[in-house]
Design a protein around this ligand. Structure first.
Ligand code: AP5
Length: 194
């Protein structure tokens, strides 16, 4: 009862406000991937009647990380119900524990990992100027999200760099300028698949 055909998995990492969601929309448009945002899946589950709803809400409000088993289950559910086999998994893995849970439960490793590298001041500025009423877009929660990013997410980024799977993208500039750094990575990947 796995995912068929063999999935092509790309993880998209970067701090809060580094532009993961924005660039994923462009990758989907240009290269036809299925976009799975861990944050969006959790927010959707939070407002559903699910048993995890209030736990997820409290965790997100504090800028902490939801337990790995819950997040991986939500990702797996989406992967299985998709008829696309090219996945962009955005905002995941958030920690080494997330990464190990994914490998154990899904039984696969990513084919590549993008890291949107953006200075902290720029990330804070973008998140504060976003006007969507997210419960975690206030200065205290952002500071905590940045701390969590540094302590838990950077080790995952180092791990994939050592494995030779990491593509570091300069995430400063306009959305279109940044996409010009992203495009060749996917063009090379399509070329290889041919
Ligand atoms: P999540 O939803 O993943 O949020 P995040 O990682 O904090 O990232 P954001 O969505 O804030 O930013 P983004 O990098 O996607 O940037 P965007 O394109 O939106 O996670 C939220 C929470 O969920 C976590 O704190 C955690 O509690 C929980 N969670 C998530 N994943 C989890 C996991 N795996 N395990 C457990 N818990 C998990 O851009 C930001 C803004 O900047 C936008 O307004 C955009 O328009 C603007 N912008 C984008 N690019 C540019 C540019 N080049 N120039 C100017 N403005 C730009």
């Amino acid at each position: 009862d796995g995912i068929c055909p063999k999935p092509l998995i790309t993880f998209v990492l970067g701090g809060p406000g580094s532009g993961k969601g924005t660039q994923c929309a462009k990758i989907v448009e240009t290269f036809g991937f299925k976009h799975l945002s861990a944050g969006d899946l959790l927010r959707r589950e939070m407002v559903s009647d699910s048993e995890y709803g209030s736990m997820i809400m409290n965790t997100i409000r504090e800028g902490k990380i939801v337990p790995s088993g819950v997040t991986v289950k939500l990702i797996l559910r989406e992967m299985k119900s998709s008829d696309n086999h090219k996945f962009l998994i955005d905002g995941f893995p958030r920690s080494q524990e997330n990464r190990i849970a994914f490998e154990q439960i899904i039984g696969a490793e990513p084919d590549m990992v993008l890291f949107f590298d953006c200075p902290e001041e720029e990330m804070v500025k973008r998140v504060l100027s976003r006007n969507q009423g997210r419960i975690d877009d206030n200065i205290d929660t952002i500071k905590n999200r940045l701390k969590v990013f540094e302590s838990l997410n950077l080790p995952v980024i180092d791990y994939y760099a050592k494995k030779g799977k990491l593509y570091r993208i300069n995430a400063v500039g306009t959305v279109d300028e940044i996409f010009e750094h992203v495009r060749p990575v996917f063009e090379a990947c399509e070329h290889e698949a041919r």
